[in-house]
Design a protein around this ligand. Structure first.
Ligand code: SAM
Ligand code: SF4
Length: 461
């Protein structure tokens, strides 16, 4: 079935190429999984417009950067890249994504060799923008945020042959005081349950066995069709699709996280026993200044649902240290929260001042070196928690999806339903020879060793 799909895509390309000259593009993606999947859709769109993808910027006529502006460092990366090529007059440059939306036409002033600036809410207009670029227009923009559209295309060019991302909701209607997303990705727009289910069934027929549902606030999903499904309803339906063995989702907002989501996970092992629930801070006072719309106690109630679930649900989170005004006592509340929850993994960040955000106006910014000190303390504590929690898994047998083979260690690379990396040896398949590759297969693996960030084991079959 996958072959049919590829053939359809290549026939479609052939038809277009017979009437147009082949053009080459290179794309580099920064940031979150939403961006990674947006790039898959952008690549699919370019292929159907007669472009072919190349591996290096040097080979390409069109160079695209799909950018992230969540923190200052991420934003600087793209301007550094653009600097490298500023003297190259033969190439066309495009800036896509969050930096494009945030900086808009200012990018043309800062990097005059850029000809395209487009945010994610305008990707449906990419074919028209490409026509303008081909006509020699040097200032093509797609910056309108006032849209009800979602970017759906049957031609997403997925790289992983086993796990597929599906965006179910775009944009964000929250207004966390530190965050640029509401300004860069526009208001929330959910896809209809019909179109999401159709895409998932097609992916299952093509041979994908794992689906990851994406959204900045994935659990705010609300089907705009008369069916009116909420997120838990959609999850349950996903779990029933023939051929789909795993369903994951990210990222959930605690405010919209209802118990029914945990009930759905408890009912069906196809729904992975992992929830990423960003807390940001363990102090209710900081959460209030962050405009997060929940208190520490309300957050802990959700953690309690997960801990009382029948399945062993792995819990991960995001934390920001050094938000304006964060006192030592408030920071200590976050450290105490880590002990209480015992996260399986954590993404932690120093607060970064972002343009347009309400937190810019807050007084009492925390000095960089103090943010760094707090981050180190937090990460050391979390590392000790992970060593302990992973250690508890030694001896346990986990169903593992095989993702690849590491030649250096001679181990297969696997992932458990809880989203832990479990690298393992297989007596009957010491390495991937010919058709004997295990990639994409699911197998029981016994955990024999544990480190802070991954597990090691041996396959039982
Ligand atoms: N929508 C998700 C939520 O509500 O948790 C988060 C999306 S954001 C792309 C991912 C993470 O980046 C956030 O959870 C937060 O921890 C971090 N982040 C966002 N803005 C930040 C900022 N200005 N400084 C530092 N970290 C930030
Ligand atoms: Fe940003 Fe808050 Fe929206 Fe998450 S919920 S994307 S942190 S504004």
């Amino acid at each position: 079935m996958r072959l049919h799909y590829r053939r359809a895509l290549s026939q479609c390309q052939d038809t277009i190429l017979s009437s147009k000259e082949m053009k080459t593009f290179y794309i580099e993606t920064f940031g979150c999984q939403m961006n990674v999947h947006d790039s898959e859709k952008v690549i699919g769109t370019l292929l159907t417009q007669g472009y072919s993808q190349v591996e290096t910027p040097e080979e390409a006529e069109l160079i695209l950067y799909n950018t992230c502006s969540i923190r200052d460092k991420a934003e600087q990366k793209v301007f550094n890249r653009l600097q490298q090529f500023k003297k190259d007059k033969n190439k066309v440059f495009g800036v896509l994504g969050c930096v494009a939306q945030q900086e808009g036409e200012k990018i043309f002033e800062r990097a005059p060799h850029v000809s395209l600036v487009a945010g994610s809410a305008s990707y449906t207009k990419l074919p028209q923008m490409l026509v303008q670029l081909e006509a020699g227009n040097h200032r093509v923009t797609g910056l309108n945020l006032d849209t009800e559209e979602t970017f759906e295309t049957p031609f997403a060019r997925r790289d992983n042959p086993h796990r597929a991302y599906i965006t179910i909701i775009e944009g964000c209607d929250k207004s966390c005081a530190y965050c640029v997303v509401p300004f860069t990705r526009g208001p929330e727009r959910s896809r209809t349950s019909d179109s999401v289910m159709r895409e998932a069934r097609e992916l299952a027929q093509m041979g994908y066995s794992e689906i990851q549902l994406l959204g900045q606030n994935v659990n705010s999903y609300r089907d705009p069709s008369p069916a009116g499904w909420d997120f838990a309803r959609l999850l349950r339906a996903m779990g029933e699709i023939d051929g789909i063995r795993r369903v994951r989702f990210t990222t959930s907002h605690p405010r919209d996280f209802v118990k029914d989501i945990i009930d759905a996970i408890d009912e069906n092992p196809v729904l992975c026993n992992h929830v990423h629930l960003p807390v940001q801070s363990g102090s209710s006072a900081v959460l209030s200044r962050m405009q997060r719309l929940y208190t520490r106690d309300e957050y802990m109630r959700r953690i309690d649902w997960m801990k009382k679930a029948r399945r062993n649900i792995s819990i991960t989170s995001d934390i920001i240290v050094g938000f304006p005004g964060e006192t030592e006592a408030e920071f200590n509340e976050t450290l105490a929260l880590l002990d209480e929850v015992e996260y399986d993994s954590l993404f932690s960040f120093k607060y970064s001042r972002r343009p347009n955000t309400p937190a810019l106006a807050l007084e009492d910014q925390i000095p960089e070196d103090e943010k760094g000190r707090r981050l180190t303390i937090l990460q050391e504590k979390q590392r000790a928690i992970q060593v302990r929690r992973n250690g508890d898994l030694v001896g346990v047998v986990e169903e593992t999806m095989v993702e690849g083979f590491n030649k250096a260690t001679g181990q297969w690379i696997g992932r458990t339903s809880q989203n832990r990396t479990l690298n393992f040896v297989h007596a009957a398949h010491p390495s991937p020879i010919g058709d004997e590759s295990l990639v994409g297969k699911y197998m029981p693996v016994r955990v024999t060793r544990a480190g802070p960030n991954s597990l090691a084991g041996e396959a039982l079959q």
